[in-house]
Design a protein around this ligand. Sequence first.
Ligand SMILES: *[C@@H]1O[C@H](CO)[C@@H](O)[C@H](O)[C@H]1NC(C)=O
Ligand SMILES: *[C@@H]1O[C@H](CO)[C@@H](O)[C@H](O)[C@H]1NC(C)=O
Ligand SMILES: *[C@@H]1O[C@H](CO)[C@@H](O)[C@H](O)[C@H]1NC(C)=O
Length: 326
Amino acid sequence: MASQITLLFYLLSFLSFSSTISSYNILNFGAKKGGNVDCVEAVIRAWKMACNSSSSPANIYIPDGVFLISGVRFNGPCVNKKINFMINGTLMAPSGYTDSSEWFTFDTVEGISINGGVFNGRGSKLWDCKLGDKKCPRGATSLEFTNSKDIEIRRLTSIDSELFHIVIHRCDNVNLDGLNIVGPKWSPNTDGIHVQMSTKVNIRNTRIKTGDDCISIGPGTSALWIERIICGPGHGISIGSLGKDEGLKEEGVHNVTVQNILFLGSDNGLRIKTWGSNVEGYVKGIIFKHVVMNNVMNPIIIDQNYCPHNEHCPGKLSISGTQRAT
Ligand SMILES: *[C@@H]1O[C@H](CO)[C@@H](O)[C@H](O)[C@H]1NC(C)=O
Ligand SMILES: *[C@@H]1O[C@H](CO)[C@@H](O)[C@H](O)[C@H]1NC(C)=O
Ligand SMILES: *[C@@H]1O[C@H](CO)[C@@H](O)[C@H](O)[C@H]1NC(C)=O
């Protein structure tokens, strides 16, 4: 009898465990539509529930509508290894700017997906500052993943980031697919996607119009696959800049494939740029293929003496006579 009860108990707990998908709609945690009320606390409450819930997957819903978010950091590690953000609405930053370098940041997470959504970083006040008196904060990256693995970002739209739109830093196994990244041609330092110290990153089917590099690739990147991208306006797809910090040994960049790309009215196309410094590092195993350049100022640049505006140039040339660009 006792063992039958135990068996029944096991069966019941198994059934309830396997059939639960937990859902967390931010409206149930106090978020308000309309863009007037900061919804950070609601989003954090939903995150805490999802992160430590043992029923998998956990879905965090952000419904239609505009939600004001002043800035949010999602810290792991989480018990849950499958958390999906299902976003139908728009996440909107405040209209001004602060000293913060982050808007949406995920740190030490695993098995996160973001599906849909519009992220509006409202960077224009900061750009005006930078283009004016120049004593301005550096700005916030709209969406960053750091120290994380098994990440999917699909069908997301990023508009008007203050600084970089998306940063992938110290991550393993990241898929970005079907993104739309939009900012004005004149917006300063607004790289579309920056990848650094990361491996197995795939970027596919993405449209990028911005004021700096469409995609920039920093030190320590390997197994990076970039395919079916339309870039422009923007400064192209760049490896680097590398080797800026004199005297340091820097991780190299290797095994990068960039294919089926259309550059439309971008300043540059394909670029590799390293400072002429004494930094040890390398770039190797790079394939660029099936690329169409339409109305591109500098289609291909390999610059081992990178020094924009000729300021603080280290002057240790490993090659001379290459072209300079910014
Ligand atoms: C998850 O639970 C752990 C242990 O109780 C706790 O330290 C951590 O802060 C929780 N994470 C979140 C996001 O609430
Ligand atoms: C989001 O949009 C999809 C497709 O239009 C719809 O099926 C779903 O119910 C919406 N979810 C929410 C939470 O609004
Ligand atoms: C190069 O990267 C691709 C993915 O982009 C990966 O499948 C392949 O195994 C890598 N090759 C080496 C030699 O690491």
